[in-house]
Design a protein around this ligand. Sequence first.
Ligand code: ATP
Ligand code: MG
Length: 465
Amino acid sequence: MPPSGKSGRRLQSGPAALLSPPDVQQILARLNGHGFQAYVAGGAVRDLLLGRPPHDWDVATDAPPHEVKVLFPDHLPAGERYGTITVRTPERMVEVTTFRSDGRYLDGRRPESVSFSRDLAADLARRDFTINAMALGPGGELVDPFGGRADLAKSRLATVGDPRERFREDALRMLRAVRFAAELGFAPEAGVKRAILEEGRLITHVSAERIRDEFSRILLAPHLVYGLRLLRVTGLMKRVIPELDAGFGVMQNKYHAYSVYTHSILAAAATPPVLALRLAALLHDLGKIRVKSVDPGGAAHFYGHETASVELAERILARLHYPASLIARVRLLIRHHMFSASPAVKDSTIRKLIAGVGAKTIHDLIRLRTADALSSGREQGAGGLSLEDINLFAERVERILAGPAAFRRKDLAVTGHDLMQGLSRPPGPEIGRLLDYLLGQVLEHPEWNSRETLLALARDHVDSR
Ligand code: ATP
Ligand code: MG
C-alpha cells in the first residue's frame, strides 16, 4: 500500500490559491501584451494545487525562442535547441519554453527532433504524468486536458497516454514515476507498474548521472521506504543496484528480525535526510551477503562485513557517478559503523575513535548506529546494543568533546617548534612522529597534556631508543 492511499485529497482551489508570484505574472503579461499565449505549466501547477510551495516556475508559450530572447533581454540561452530560454527576474530564474510537440524517440531517451507548436494541448500531451500536464493561465484558470486534477485528488500517478509507449520513448520516466511516488506518497496506477516491469530493461538508455539524481531524490523523499519497495517490485532495483536487490530474503541472526534488504531500507529511513548518511545506512550491511557463515549451532555470523560493505558501496556509488568526496564520506561511515559503543568501553577508546574519525563524523556514526538499532526489529539490535546503550554512548561522547582532551596534533600543549627547541632536534619527519607519539599518550591520559609533561615524555621517548 502506498503511504497515503486515501481517496479524496483536498486540493487548493480558487484563483487566489493558484496565483503565481508577481515576477512570474509579469513574464506572462509581457508575452500576452505582445500577442502570445503564456501559461505556468508542469510541476508548479501540481505543487500549487497540492498546497506545496513550488521550487521552480516554468512558463510555456507559443512565442518562438528568438521572440522570447527579444522580449527578455536578461536571459541565458542554454536549452534553446529544445525551445527553452531562461529568463532572469529579480527573484529567480524562470524557464520559458516554447510549446513543443516532440518528434519520434529513437534512442529511448530523447526525441530525435522537437517541433515548436502554437498549441498548448500538444505541449501538455508530451508531458510525462497527468499531474504534470496541467497549465495555469494569467488569471489563474486551469487547463487540464488529461484529468491531472482528479488524479491529484486521488493520489494517483498515471501517464499521459499509454505507459508502455511513454516509457519506450523515454526510459527516465520510469524512475521519475517512482520518484514522484516517493515524494508525494502517490500510488502509480497498475498499468504504470506493469509497464515498468515490461520495459525496465530500457533503463540502460539512461545516463548514470540521471539515474543517480533520481535515485538520490527517492532516497531523500518523505516516502522513501515506499519508493525503494516500488523500485524492487517493479524490477528496477535489480537493474540499478543489483547488490541491494540480492539482500532480499537473506535472513540474519538473533540481532535482526528482518532480511538484509528490509533492514537496509528501514535503516535509510531512520536517518535524517542527508544524502551521505542515507546512502551509508542503505549500503552499510550489503557485505553480509558475501561473508555470511553459519556455525555448527546454526547461528549466522557476518565477520568482517564492514570491509565487504565498503567495497560494494564504492563499486555501486562509482558506477552511479557519485562525486568522489561523497563516496569517501560514505566509505568512512560504513567502515566504522560497528564501532564499539557498549557501556563497558573505556573513555580512552572513545577518545581514540574521535581522534581517528573527527568530531563531525562521530556524530554521524551515532546517527547511523541509532538507525541501525531502530531498524533491527529487536530490542538488542545493531551488534547487540540497545537504543539506551547508544544514547549513553552519545552522552559520553558529548562529555568528552566538551572536556579538555586533545584529539589532533594541534590540540597538544606543545608544537613541533617547541620540540625542536626543547630537545635541540632539527626539523624533519622525526618531529611529526614524536607529535603522534605524544598524541597517543594524551589520548590515554588527557591529564598529561601540559607543556612540561609532554616535553619530559618526548625526552624519555627519544632517550629510550
Ligand atoms: P520537480 O521540479 O519537483 O522535479 P517537475 O514536475 O517540475 O518536478 P521537472 O523535471 O522540473 O519536474 O520538469 C518540468 C516539467 O516538464 C514536468 O512537470 C513535466 O511536465 C515535464 N517533464 C520533465 N521531464 C519529462 C520527461 N522525461 N518526459 C516528459 N515530460 C517531462
Ligand atoms: Mg521542476
